[in-house]
Design a protein around this ligand. Structure first.
Ligand SMILES: *Cc1c(COP(=O)(O)O)cnc(C)c1O
Length: 497
């Protein structure tokens, strides 16, 4: 074995290295193009067992190394074919976006460069590009100059960071207690976080990971538009205080995952300020509205938040993963900071070196900023705005069409962003859950489309999330037609309970 035998495995200046790189990228690109040219469905419709069987037939590894073409054949026939095709216009289930072409290309560069965002000496230019994009988003959101932020793996991590900072700041302020050094204070079981009943489940998940337990999360009812009821919020805060508990944070949602509803941020801000509570705005979904002149007003007040979650892998059309977290006061990041001699020694920071690990809960971290950068430059802000406006318009149009149908019950007739929650409602009430579950499975396993299933007050509902600007009202009408066909099929099966 000679050292040059390894040339072909890495990107380098050798002929072997360059040849093998160009070959696999070319072949991949060819096959992807071919696939998208011929693919007509959002999903093949296979049931989980069939997929599992096909996948288990794959050899996982090789001894001497297989030919790239053989492996690509396997990838395309066994993996790509049976994947969920998020770029398909009828793939409208979850908050799962079609990725932009420039971002797909950026992923190749991200992989090739393999920068790590933790310390400057692993990410030289990448550090500054990430910092500039953070600043750009902050300015779009009208955040003040004391703001700072970091890219994250997504909303889960950003929400976790917001609640971590809220907890540690509260303990610091209330008792001069340093959670980082001392762990949780004796009174920590009394801490409370308020959010609406439609807030994302990661609020609860973060609370238990932060040692506060799910008991720390108090959910506030929403109004008929699925927005947090602020009278109830005030009542809850007063009730908690009267019971000797310690409210420390309010989480407002700008775009709930199911309904896309936006809590009344200005009123929630006022209440948070009055009680000295940390305000975290989870704008994982709705944050993209900042790109639209027509809809950015829906985020008004977000600039007052102590911390903010934004996901770029939703309505910013970035490949997973790509998100960001912002704090109003950059000083807050001190609750996360830890100085490691090998990575971010304190005296480096004094010398002006930027080590982003000090602002993150991750250490090794991807250079995801590059894909957002390439997308903003190549797509352009105007096109981003038009795409967002189009999908919001499509959603209200679709909700209007659906609301006119006697056999559909639409939960949010005026969708605030682009999600529509509904169910097929003709038939005996006690069978509606079964009927809608049947429809959901039929849609999935006939490959008709990809829609999501959720629950509203314990009842099964279906959901369209219209992120894709290539989806048309005709696509929606076709899916609605299939839904009525599947409902008829259900009735004709004569299933009785
Ligand atoms: C998607 C979502 C999250 C979770 O974000 P991930 O990127 O999936 O980790 C949190 N909050 C809201 C409102 C979301 O829509």
């Amino acid at each position: 074995m000679n050292m040059t035998d390894f040339d072909r495995f890495f990107l380098n200046d050798s002929e072997q290295g360059l040849k093998s790189f160009q070959h696999i990228v070319f072949e991949t690109q060819q096959r992807l193009s071919q696939f998208y040219k011929n693919n007509s469905d959002a999903y093949t419709g296979l049931v989980p067992k069939e997929i599992e069987k096909e996948l288990n037939a794959l050899s996982l590894t090789s001894s001497e190394g297989d030919d790239p073409n053989t492996v690509l054949d396997d990838v395309f026939t066994k993996i790509v074919k049976n994947s969920i095709h998020v770029s398909h216009p009828t793939s409208i289930g979850h908050l799962h976006c079609p990725p932009l072409i420039p971002a797909i290309a950026a992923e190749l560069i991200i992989g090739a460069l393999n920068q790590s965002m933790d310390s400057w000496d692993q990410s030289s230019t990448a550090t500054y590009l990430e910092e500039r994009l953070i600043k750009w988003v902050s300015e779009k959101l009208a955040l003040t100059s004391s703001t700072d932020g970091t890219f994250t793996s997504g909303g889960t991590q950003s929400n976790y960071m917001g609640l971590l900072l809220a907890r540690d700041r509260f303990c610091d302020k209330q008792w001069g207690w340093n959670v980082k050094m001392q762990g949780l204070p004796p009174e920590s079981h009394k801490l409370r976080i308020l959010c609406s009943e439609d807030a994302h489940f990661t609020v609860k998940k973060s609370a238990f990971q932060l040692g506060l337990g799910e008991q720390a999360v108090v959910t506030v009812p929403t109004d008929t538009n699925k927005k947090m009821n602020t009278c109830k919020l005030t009542e809850e805060i007063e009730r908690l205080i009267a019971a000797g508990l310690l409210p420390m944070c309010i989480v407002a949602t700008a775009g709930t995952t199911d309904f896309g509803s936006i809590d009344p941020i200005p009123e929630v801000t006022e209440i948070a300020e009055k009680h000295g509570l940390w305000l975290h705005v989870d704008a994982a979904y709705g944050g993209a509205l900042m790109l639209s002149q027509k809809h950015s007003h829906k985020l008004a007040g977000i600039e007052h938040a102590d911390s903010i979650t934004i996901d770029f892998h939703k309505q910013y059309y970035q490949p997973i993963s790509c998100g960001a977290f912002f704090v109003k006061n950059k000083e807050s990041f001190r609750y996360l900071a830890h100085h490691a001699d090998y990575l971010n020694p304190e005296n480096d920071e004094e010398d002006g070196l930027v080590h982003l690990v000090s602002k993150s809960v991750q250490t090794t971290r991807r250079f995801d900023a590059l894909k957002l950068f390439m997308s903003l430059r190549i797509v352009g802000e105007k096109n981003f705005a038009s795409m967002i406006d189009y999908t919001l318009n499509l959603a209200s149009q679709a909700a209007g069409v659906m609301d006119l149908k006697d056999n559909l019950e639409v939960c949010n007739k005026n969708p605030e962003i682009n999600a529509i929650v509904f169910r097929y409602s003709a038939g005996s009430p006690e069978k509606l859950n079964e009927l809608n579950t049947f429809i959901y499975k039929k849609i999935l396993h006939t490959g008709t489309a990809l829609v999501a299933k959720t629950k509203v007050k314990d009842q099964v509902f279906l959901k369209f999330t219209l992120l894709n600007p290539r989806t048309t009202i005709v696509d929606i009408e076709d899916i609605l037609y299939s839904i009525s066909q599947f409902a008829a099929e259900y009735e004709n099966r004569g299933i009785t309970q």
